[in-house]
Design a protein around this ligand. Structure first.
Ligand code: NAD
Ligand code: MG
Length: 396
């Protein structure tokens, strides 16, 4: 029976940009996948639509009021999905035996506990939620082999690097003849802007990314280059690299998704149209390849590929992230928490665009770096950094 051999897929953050792209790919392959659980924060109407379409066994929302609303609508529609609410329910669906595959696509620190739960349950974890890995790098990477999990990076750059490295790449890059990882960056909507011009940027401008359509938080991160900073940290953990082995290359066309340079002079790149369904399909089917619904590249239409170094003076977030990785311990968790507060404040009109980096730097200066080998220490650093960021915001 093919139904028995189909893999169960749980999508954490199903209503988001990555979540809906994941369901698009999954729905192209009904003979391979079945949807076990879908989760969302508060967007109950979009989750209702997804439940009607994909008929998951379980759906999760944060608040019980939203869950009971969804329960009623699904009952009316004759859909037999069980609806749960709360943070524990997120962890439960992440580790449930009915799903072999867990897409981690919640945005921000809220994704940490369910993603770790999926790792500890030995799942195939498709990691889009970079914040979870940035916060808990050492602990996270140690848990993967210990619990027999399979970790596949979905962030397009890391997925590209994964494809450019040998299948077995643990134990340091040098051992495999890799000299450098070349992490490409579009440069965001403000590439080439001066620091003065950046001060007046609005949320609407920051969220209009030239090449990718994404959630608000990552769109702002892409505009400040904090996204590239978080990705630098992510690359260090995923590929056992030192920060100085990761070079950021601004490549405005976003056609090369990243590269690996080898000691013999070879540079291997992964190219494709900027569509997240490609890395998602790669993660779902690895080591096989499946249709992602993405058109192949038209190189004649692209015609040229450009490269330039990042402007780290106008975009200080990249350097802040590199410093946090070098400082180690809870420093990346503090950076991430301060950035989450700063981005939310910017989107709410409480902080200027250039104020984001300033706030992150202030929090770094006041928060001590602690060892990050226990989850408790990481969560504690996250809470303290958020509080410190809110204090700085209120005092301005
Ligand atoms: P999004 O804002 O579009 O979607 C986020 C999802 O998480 C939604 O389903 C939302 O309901 C849920 N969510 C938000 N806050 C939550 C909370 N507190 N508790 C539970 N659920 C919550 O975001 P996105 O663009 O899809 O990005 C998701 C993650 O993937 C982010 O970590 C982002 O950095 C990463 N990522 C995204 C892209 C992209 O192209 N969008 C590319 C690479 C990496
Ligand atoms: Mg990326």
């Amino acid at each position: 029976d093919t139904a028995l051999r189909r893999q169960g897929v749980t999508v954490l953050g199903a209503t988001g940009s990555i979540g809906t792209s994941t369901l698009d790919v999954v729905a192209r392959h009904p003979e391979r996948y079945r949807v076990h659980a879908l989760t969302a924060h508060r967007s109950r109407e979009p989750l209702l639509a997804l439940c009607r379409r994909h008929r998951p066994a379980v759906a999760v929302l944060e608040r019980e009021a939203d869950a009971s609303w969804l329960r009623e609508r699904l009952a009316e529609a004759g859909v037999a999905t069980e609806v749960r609410s709360g943070a524990e329910a997120l962890v439960e669906v992440a580790e449930a035996p009915e799903a072999e595959v867990v897409m981690s696509a919640i945005v921000g620190a809220a994704g940490l506990l369910p993603t770790l739960a999926a790792v500890r349950a030995g799942k195939r974890v498709l990691l889009a939620n970079k914040e979870a890995l940035v916060m808990s790098g050492a602990l996270f990477m140690e848990a993967v082999p210990r619990h027999g999990a399979t970790l596949l990076p979905i962030d397009s750059e890391h997925n590209a690097i994964y494809q450019c490295l040998p299948v077995e790449h643990r134990g340091g890059l040098a051992r495999h003849g890799v000299t450098q990882l070349l992490l490409t960056a579009s440069g965001g909507p403000f590439r080439g802007w001066s620091a003065e011009a950046l001060a007046g940027v609005t949320p609407a401008q920051a969220c209009a990314h030239p090449n990718w359509s994404m959630g608000q938080k990552i769109s702002v991160d892409s505009a400040t280059l904090m996204n590239k900073g978080l990705e630098l940290i992510e690359a260090c953990w995923l590929f056992d690299a030192r920060p100085d082995q990761v070079q950021v290359v601004v490549h405005p066309q976003s056609v090369i998704h990243s590269m690996a340079a080898y000691s013999d002079g070879s540079v291997i790149a992964q190219l494709g149209n900027p569509d997240m369904r490609t890395p998602i399909a790669y993660g779902l089917a690895w080591p096989e390849r499946i249709d992602a619904g993405v058109q192949s590249l038209d190189l004649f239409q692209i015609a040229r590929l450009d490269f330039e170094p990042p402007d780290e003076a106008a975009f200080p977030c990249l350097g802040l992230a590199r410093d946090a990785m070098a400082a180690g311990g809870t420093a990346p968790a503090v950076l991430n928490a301060a950035n989450e507060v700063a981005v939310a404040a910017f989107l709410a009109g409480r902080l200027s665009f250039t104020g984001i980096a300033e706030l992150v730097a202030r929090v770094r200066d006041t928060e001590p770096v602690q060892p990050a080998d226990e989850l408790e220490a990481i969560l504690d650093a996250d809470t303290r950094a958020r509080r410190a960021a809110e204090c700085h915001l209120a005092r301005r």
